[in-house]
Design a binder for this molecule. Structure first.
Ligand code: PCA
Length: 151
């Protein structure tokens, strides 16, 4: 099993959360909530209003998200779904645990540090660094930039 940190449309209640629930894709179990120890810009960009964590540590916000434990099948699905390596790259990120779910394997107390994979990008358009950065992505937030997908 592999731990992944999701900060965008894969979070609970967001447009692609259903992908994590679909047994056809593999399995994913919720571990808890966390935030990045480094700051990163989390921007909404492109025609589809897609959230991107720009791999520029030290800029932006301490990004909030959720940790899931996924099997190899789900990891393979997500790598494909996120268009690795073109649109995103899968990188390791240091996280501070905010809340850990009961029964999610070995316990991590709030405040402890954990490492997980995340889908960030270094292959973004240069001008995206100037976009507004968010701490906690919500596709339905008052920014009005609702996620749309063409596939
Ligand atoms: N999906 C991944 C990366 C951005 C997105 O929308 C996630 O939720 O973390």
């Amino acid at each position: 099993m592999t731990k992944i940190f999701v900060y965008g449309t894969l979070k609970k209640g967001q447009p692609n959360y259903s992908r994590l629930l679909d047994p056809v894709n593999g399995t994913a179990s919720f571990c808890g909530r966390a935030s990045t120890i480094d700051k990163f810009p989390l921007v909404i960009a492109g025609e589809g209003n897609i959230p991107f964590l720009l791999n520029i540590p030290g800029q932006g916000q301490h990004v909030q998200g959720e940790i899931f434990s996924v099997d190899d099948q789900m990891l393979e699905f997500l790598d494909c779904f996120e268009f690795i390596p073109h649109m995103y790259q899968r990188t390791l990120v240091e996280l501070k645990v905010e809340e850990w779910a009961d029964g999610a394997g070995c316990a991590h107390t709030p405040g402890s540090t954990i490492e997980a994979f995340t889908y960030s990008t270094t292959t973004h358009q240069p001008e995206w660094v100037k976009l507004q950065s968010y701490e906690n992505y919500d596709a339905y937030g008052d920014h009005g930039l609702e996620y749309t997908t063409h596939f």
